[in-house]
Structure formats: structure tokens, C-alpha cells
Ligand binder design. Structure first.
Ligand SMILES: [Zn+2]
Length: 334
């Protein structure tokens, strides 16, 4: 059963008014009444009331209009699936069931961690400002001096093995590894606290068994959101540096969300930003992992637009190949 059937069960009598988005139906709103303010997009299995602004998928429908909890709504959809022996494997119903995604609530790092992170980030920022070689690494990827200041990018000149205790993340023998390289901080988009540090290793080589990007232990498990403001379209990309570059080129047009890995999922705050965004653009790296991730994202956020960069593997790559990212973003959002 989709929303259209459920609405009929609730006596709404939705009328088809257009073929847009696979069929648009209008009816009174189950919450605030009226005549035709309640819109159902049948194919998308989404609804929205133009008056009280309630909107969502069928789980949300059950929550909004039948008073079910999230878990009860998922169970109800699951039971319908079991009760109907004609539901084929891999059908839309099954996909909906599989998509009962409940985003995690990411934990803020401890005060001790944040204090250590702030002073380390400041140190790296100062190192960057006086290290021509490191500035060149950023500048040849297109980053301006102003962007380096605005996003407080940095340079860690030496590989460090620190006492974990100093960062408030346990004291057992193991040291905290902070590799040499470009430092990319993430500030929480609501509290503005420094919550994540990532390093793009400068000593990484093709065939290295250790990763090119290293997140410093204890960082908050949340996507990095830059230029985050409600009401802006969200560009979802893989790397933090790409997300920052998009802000440099078109921060007035969109905010950008870096997952920090193709298989990473949004946490509760990021999920809410996506749900409320006027548009979601998906531009993960063009590779196998990106394609796999796309399937998941498409199911969770059906109105998301797939927009790989016009050339290259990622937006940053396209920039290096001469693409004007602002023009591209303007085109994608038009
Ligand atoms: Zn309403």
C-alpha cells in the first residue's frame, strides 16, 4: 500500500490533477481539512499539505495522521508486506520496508577533545601561513587565501604520536596518530564548535596500505556541513576539500555536505537538513563506491538529483580540469 491507498482508506478521495512526477493527486488534508490543499505524488509516495505544511513519506503519514510512533509505522508497513503473498521480491514495497532508516544521534566530542583540537588546529593554521610549500598544495587545488582563512585550513608539518589522554580519549598504551599533511577542520553547523579534524596525508603514495585521508580519533561521527543555512539547496559530495571548494565558488547558491567516505550515512542533524532542504544534489565520486551509495541515497531521499561533475571524478577534479564550478552549480540548480 502506498500513500494514495492509505489516504483512500482514510476517506480522502484524492483526485488526479496532473501527471507530474508520476501522478499528482489533490484532496482535503487529513489534519486541517480544506478542499484540495493536500497533494499526493503517487509514484514518489510522498505527500504535502499546502496549508499546514505537513509532508513526508508513508511512515511520516502514519505518524502525522494516525498517531503511530516511528517503530509502529515501520511495523505496520512490514505487516502489510507479510500479509500480502503477492508482493514480489525486490518490489517497491520491499524497498520501502528496507528503507526504515533511523539516523544516529552523533555524540559531541568531550570538552577535553575540543580544547586539544582547537589548539592543534590553530597551530596548524599558523604553520600553513608560513609554509610556502603547503600553501601551494592548497592553492594548486584552487583554494584562495580567503578560503584558507575562512575555513581555518592548516598544515601539520610533522607526523605526531601523542598521548591519547591529552585528548581525553583513553589512556591505554596506544598513541594517537596524527599524520603530516593538510588539516581540514569541521565546525558543527549549529553550535559552531570544532568537532572533527581530518588530515590529507602529504606522504601518501599510490599503493600505501594506510588511507590518504585520516580522521583524528575522537572526531564527531557526522558529515561536514559548510555554509549550512536552512533554506539552501544541499550539495552532497564525498570529500571535505570538494565541499569547501564548492563554498568558495558558489556559497551564495548552496551549502555543501561532505560525507567523508562514500559509505557514510547522515546523522540525525544532517538528515534533518536534507529533509528540509529545497533541493538535494548528489555528486559523490564517480566510481563503484559512489554508485553503490547512490542506490541507498535515492531510496531515502527520492527527490534527490544525481549530478556528477561534467568531467572528472569529483567536483575538485572537474575544477582542476578547467570547469567553472559556479556556472556548473547554477546550471544544476536551475
Ligand atoms: Zn493540512
Amino acid at each position: 500500500m502506498g500513500i494514495l491507498d492509505i489516504a483512500r482508506e482514510d476517506g480522502l478521495e484524492p483526485k488526479k490533477v496532473a501527471a507530474t512526477k508520476g501522478g499528482e493527486y489533490h484532496s482535503p488534508c487529513p489534519a486541517c481539512g480544506g478542499k484540495d490543499r493536500f497533494i499526493i505524488w503517487d509514484k514518489l509516495n510522498r505527500y504535502m499539505c499546502r496549508q499546514c505544511n505537513k509532508k513526508g513519506d508513508e511512515i511520516q503519514y502514519y505518524k502525522d495522521f494516525r498517531g503511530l510512533s516511528y517503530v509502529e509505522a515501520c511495523q505496520k508497513i512490514g505487516n502489510e508486506l507479510r500479509d500480502n503473498p503477492f508482493v514480489k521480491r525486490g518490489s517497491l514495497q520491499e524497498e520501502r520496508l528496507a528503507s526504515c532508516f533511523e539516523p544516529r544521534i552523533a555524540k559531541m566530542p568531550s570538552l577535553k577533545w575540543r580544547l586539544a583540537a582547537v589548539s592543534f588546529s590553530q597551530y596548524c593554521y599558523e604553520q600553513l601561513k608560513k609554509t610556502r610549500f603547503a600553501l601551494d598544495l592548497f592553492q594548486k587545488r584552487g583554494f584562495s587565501e580567503q578560503t584558507i582563512d575562512q575555513f581555518h585550513l592548516g598544515w601539520n608539518p610533522n607526523t605526531l604520536w601523542l598521548e591519547r589522554e591529552r585528548w581525553g580519549i583513553g589512556s591505554e598504551g596506544k598513541k594517537l596518530w596524527i599524520p603530516k599533511g593538510l588539516l581540514i577542520p569541521t565546525y558543527d553547523c549549529t553550535t559552531r564548535e570544532l568537532v572533527k579534524l581530518k588530515i590529507r596525508r602529504s606522504d601518501w603514495y599510490d599503493g600505501d596500505t594506510l588511507p590518504k585521508y585520516v580522521e583524528i580519533s575522537g572526531s564527531m561521527q557526522t558529515p561536514s556541513v559548510y555554509g549550512g543555512a536552512e533554506g539552501k539547496p544541499v550539495f552532497v559530495v564525498e570529500s571535505e576539500l570538494d565541499a569547501i571548494l564548492l563554498q568558495q565558488c558558489a556559497g551564495d547558491l548552496c551549502c555543501s555536505m561532505a560525507l567523508g567516505g562514500a559509505s557514510k550515512r547522515p546523522d540525525a542533524v544532517a538528515h534533518q537538513l536534507l529533509v528540509n532542504a529545497p533541493a538535494i544534489v548528489f555528486s559523490l565520486d564517480v566510481d563503484h563506491a559512489g554508485a553503490l551509495a547512490y542506490r541507498w541515497w535515492r531510496r531515502e531521499y527520492p527527490r534527490m538529483k544525481l549530478c556528477p561533475p561534467p568531467i572528472g571524478k569529483s567536483p575538485g577534479d572537474a575544477f582542476l580540469k578547467g570547469i567553472d564550478l559556479k556556472v556548473w552549480i547554477g546550471f544544476v540548480l536551475s
